[in-house]
Design a protein around this ligand. Structure first.
Ligand SMILES: Nc1nc2c(ncn2[C@@H]2O[C@H](COP(=O)(O)OP(=O)(O)OP(=O)(O)O)[C@@H](O)[C@H]2O)c(=O)[nH]1
Ligand SMILES: [Mg+2]
Length: 445
C-alpha cells in the first residue's frame, strides 16, 4: 500500500495534469431552498428561478422546486427531517436523479442527507463550479477552475469514500491503525494527492500572475477601465462594441471566464485599456473568488469600473448590491464607478426617464442596439481623465501648442483674431497644466 502511494505521488509530481471534460450522469433534479424570516415570496421565487437558470446552464432539467421556512439551517441535514422525507419521496415518484440545494452545504450535511434519504445531493456551489468547468477554455481559466474544484473537494472526500467504511465496518470496529477501514486509508492518500495538485496549480497560477504583473507594469501609465457586473448583464457585448474584439457573447450565465483587454483611443487621443472580465453572481463560491485572483487582478488594478446592470431584470437593485459585495471582497470597492444601465431597448421610455431621475450620474445604454454609446464614452472620459472644457487665448508665437492641442484635446471652436488665437477645448486633467497660463474668460464673438 505504502509503495503504491508513493508511486502515485511521484507520477503526479512529474506529469502535467490533463483537463478532463465533465461527464454528467444525472440530468434531472429537484431544487430545495431555505426561506429565512423576512424574505418575501418574490425574493424566494427569484432566487429559485436563478438556481433553475444555473441548473439549465449546467445541463440539468429541473422537475420540481421546494422551499422550507427556517431561520437557521438544521446543523446536520440543513433541512428538517419531515421536509427531507417528503422531498425524497417526491423525487422518487418523479424519477428525479438529483437534489440541488440552493446554498452551500457543509460536507457533513451533504453526506448525511445522502445517507439518510438515499438520494444524490449537490449544492449551488457545485453547480456553479461545473458551469465554470464547462466554459473554461484557456489555460488560465482551467487552472483557476481546477484549483477551486480541488479546494471544494478536499473536505468532502469522505463523501466519496465513506461507503468503503460501511462495507468494512467490522474491521474498523476492532480499532487501531492496522485495522482501520479501507476508506479512511484511501481518504488519506487522496487528501495528499489533492494537496499536491493544489500546490502545483497554485504555482502555475503564480507564474501567470507574475506575467500579468509584468504586463501591467509596462502599461502603468495608461489608464485602465474595467467592465464589471452580474453575469449576463451585457459586459462582453459592450466590450465588443467599443473595441471590435469579437469576444464571445451568449445568453447564458458565465459566458466569459477570462479577462480580455484592448487599447482604445478616446476622443482626446488618450489611450486607455479596456478590460472585459468574469461576471459575478450572488453567493459566488468563495473558492472561485480566491482562485480567480489572476483574472480579478484586472478589476483591482482599474482606475475606473463600468458597473453594468441589466435594467430589464426587475431585481437589478439587488444585483447591484451583490456586485458591490464581491467588489469589496476583492478590495476593489474604493475604485470610482459609473453605473451603466444596459438593455434599455427592452424598457419603455417612461420607465427609463424615471430611472434617469433616480440615477442622474449613470449612463443608460443599449450595447446591442447601439444606443447612447457616445454619451457613455464622454462620461468615461470625464471620469477617468478628469476632462473639462476650457476657453483659451494663445499668442501667435504658440502655434506649436495649437497643433499639439489638435492631437491631445477635442477642439470645439477655433478663431484667429487680432489679439490671439481663441480656442475652446475639451482637455484632460493630465494635460491641463499645458494651457493653464492661457485661460481666457472672454467669450468668443
Ligand atoms: N435586448 C438586449 N440584449 C442585450 C443587450 N446587451 C447584451 N444583450 C444580450 O444579453 C446577453 C448576455 O450578453 P453578454 O455580453 O454575453 O453578457 P456578459 O455580461 O458578458 O455575461 P457573462 O460573460 O456571462 O458574465 C446576450 O444574449 C446579449 O445579446 C442590449 O443592449 N439589449
Ligand atoms: Mg461576458
Amino acid at each position: 500500500m505504502r509503495k503504491d502511494e508513493f508511486d502515485i505521488l511521484d507520477e503526479l509530481e512529474s506529469e502535467p495534469e490533463s483537463w478532463v471534460e465533465l461527464e454528467k450522469v444525472e440530468k434531472t433534479a429537484f431544487i430545495a431552498a431555505l426561506v429565512r424570516q423576512g424574505e418575501t415570496e418574490a425574493e424566494t421565487q427569484a432566487s429559485i428561478n436563478e438556481m433553475i437558470r444555473l441548473a439549465d446552464t449546467a445541463g440539468i432539467e429541473v422537475l420540481g422546486t421546494y422551499s422550507q421556512k427556517r431561520n437557521q439551517p438544521e446543523r446536520s441535514t440543513f433541512f428538517g427531517i419531515g421536509f427531507l422525507e417528503e422531498i425524497s419521496q417526491k423525487m422518487r415518484q418523479a424519477q428525479a436523479e438529483l437534489l440541488i440545494v440552493n446554498e452551500e452545504l457543509s460536507p457533513t450535511q451533504g453526506r448525511n442527507i445522502e445517507r439518510d434519504y438515499n438520494i444524490k445531493v449537490i449544492d449551488r456551489t457545485e453547480v456553479i463550479l461545473s458551469i465554470f468547468h464547462d466554459h473554461a477554455k484557456t489555460k488560465e481559466a482551467k487552472l483557476q477552475v481546477r484549483l477551486a474544484e480541488l479546494k471544494y473537494q478536499l473536505p468532502r472526500l469522505k463523501k466519496l469514500w465513506g461507503h468503503f467504511d460501511k462495507e468494512r465496518g467490522s474491521a474498523r470496529s476492532a480499532g487501531g491503525s492496522a485495522s482501520r477501514g479501507m476508506g479512511e486509508k484511501q481518504i488519506e492518500i487522496d487528501k495528499r494527492l489533492i494537496k499536491l495538485q493544489i500546490g502545483r496549480n497554485n504555482r502555475e497560477i503564480e507564474q501567470i500572475t507574475h506575467q500579468k504583473e509584468t504586463q501591467r507594469k509596462q502599461r502603468e501609465k495608461t489608464r485602465k477601465i474595467c467592465l464589471v457586473g452580474y453575469t449576463n448583464a451585457g459586459k462582453s457585448t459592450l466590450f465588443n462594441r467599443l473595441t471590435q474584439a469579437g469576444v464571445l457573447v451568449e445568453d447564458k450565465l458565465f459566458a466569459t471566464l477570462d479577462s480580455t483587454s484592448r487599447q482604445l483611443k478616446l476622443s482626446t487621443g488618450h489611450p486607455i485599456v479596456l478590460s472585459d472580465t468574469v461576471g459575478f453572481i450572488s453567493k459566488l463560491p468563495h473558492h472561485l473568488v480566491a482562485s480567480f485572483r489572476a483574472t480579478l487582478m484586472e478589476v483591482q488594478d482599474a482606475d475606473l469600473l463600468l458597473h453594468m446592470v441589466d435594467v430589464s431584470d426587475d431585481r437589478f437593485e439587488y444585483y447591484i448590491e451583490e456586485v458591490d459585495n464581491v467588489l469589496s471582497q476583492i478590495k476593489a470597492d474604493a475604485i470610482p464607478q459609473i453605473l451603466v444601465f444596459n438593455k434599455i431597448d427592452r424598457m419603455t421610455d417612461q420607465y427609463i426617464s424615471l430611472l434617469v431621475r433616480r440615477f442622474p450620474e449613470s449612463a443608460f445604454i443599449s450595447a446591442s442596439q447601439d444606443i447612447n454609446i457616445g454619451t457613455l464614452l464622454a462620461k468615461m472620459e470625464n471620469k477617468v481623465l478628469g476632462n473639462s472644457s476650457v476657453k483659451l487665448r494663445l499668442p501667435y508665437d504658440k502655434t506649436a501648442l495649437v497643433s499639439k492641442l489638435h492631437e491631445i484635446a477635442v477642439i470645439k471652436s477655433e478663431e484667429y483674431l487680432e489679439d490671439g488665437i481663441y480656442l475652446e477645448v475639451e482637455i484632460s486633467g493630465d494635460d491641463k497644466h499645458l494651457v493653464e497660463e492661457f485661460f481666457s474668460v472672454r467669450a468668443l464673438q
